[in-house]
Design a binder for this molecule. Sequence first.
Ligand code: PLP
Length: 371
Amino acid sequence: MTKPIYVTQPYLPPLEEFIPYLEKIWENKILTNGGPFHQQLEEALCSYLGVKHISLFTNATIALVTALQALRVNGEVITTPYSFVATAHSLLWNGIKPVFVDVDPDTLNIDPAKIEAAISPNTTAIMPVHCYGRPCDVDAIQKIADNYNLRIIYDAAHAFGVTDDSGSVLNHGDLSVLSFHATKVFNTFEGGAIICPDAKTKLRIDQLKNFGFVDEVTVVAPGINGKMSEINAAFGMLQLKHIARALDSRKEIDAAYRVQLKSIKGIRCLGEPGEFAANHSYFPILVEDDYPLSRDELYQKLKSHNILARRYFYPLITDFPMYRGFPSAHRDNLPVANSAAQKIMCLPIYPNLTSENITQVVSCIRGGLQA
Ligand SMILES: Cc1ncc(COP(=O)(O)O)c(C=O)c1O
């Protein structure tokens, strides 16, 4: 049996490069609570990403929960069913009712044309997701938010380093949340961040992620412990040195897949990233009806060849028991998302994936019905 090809593999710089960072931590004995590496990484990321303020977190889920708290969002929030479950979980953790809106068939991001009909007097915000790191229709979403006085919190967990014609895609809306989980383009083992538009908002978020402490004796809110530790922040500093190469390599893999999959009937790649600077965090394909196997049959076939693709996002969030009772979760309300969830599969993509690996994956897909 050949070695498994996973859907992703965390990028790890050479271990010896990390040792000096550890020595520094041992020397200064500051392990967390906004230590020197935490401060350095916030500054370095602001500059790398082209954003004004950033607050590092222990992970994106806690960052999403905190972002909603920071803006005092309540009532109902419009969001997408086509995402990782943490998007909607962050709403339930705040006692907010999710209202699900269908996605656009080309981008699989929330369809702005369907948002307005989902707004009620209780709606306070929209939480879209830049799915697979592909930007939402940010202008259309902003227009709706302006018309109805709604806040926008982008779940930008996949969108590290993605830009559009106005600069970083993370500058849209009121807040954006990044994930630095091991599976992401830029990882700090576990980690996340909130992109904040101004210093005042960052200060509130910094307080909320530290139990609500303002100073030694003052607690102003029931904050959480969402702080990133020095080890994670130091690792982030090292990762930044390698990120350009990692992104280049993903771009090449994306291009190779597109060329090799082009002639396979029934396999549709999600649209080319186009003009915006993509991060190629995922390589999603849709297994259409004219492919000889169903998506699940192809998934199993790849698995039997030790190729571990993933069905992101299947099941839909709205299929999980804590969501399926909401009226907006009904399948009739979400035909595009339901159809995509039946066809989608993300192929392996990560910086060290070799061209032989790509050929192996594509040959297995090309093989269709053959074992
Ligand atoms: C869209 C989306 N939102 C949120 C999360 C949660 O991120 P984390 O694992 O950093 O909490 C993830 C994935 O991990 C995700 O894919």
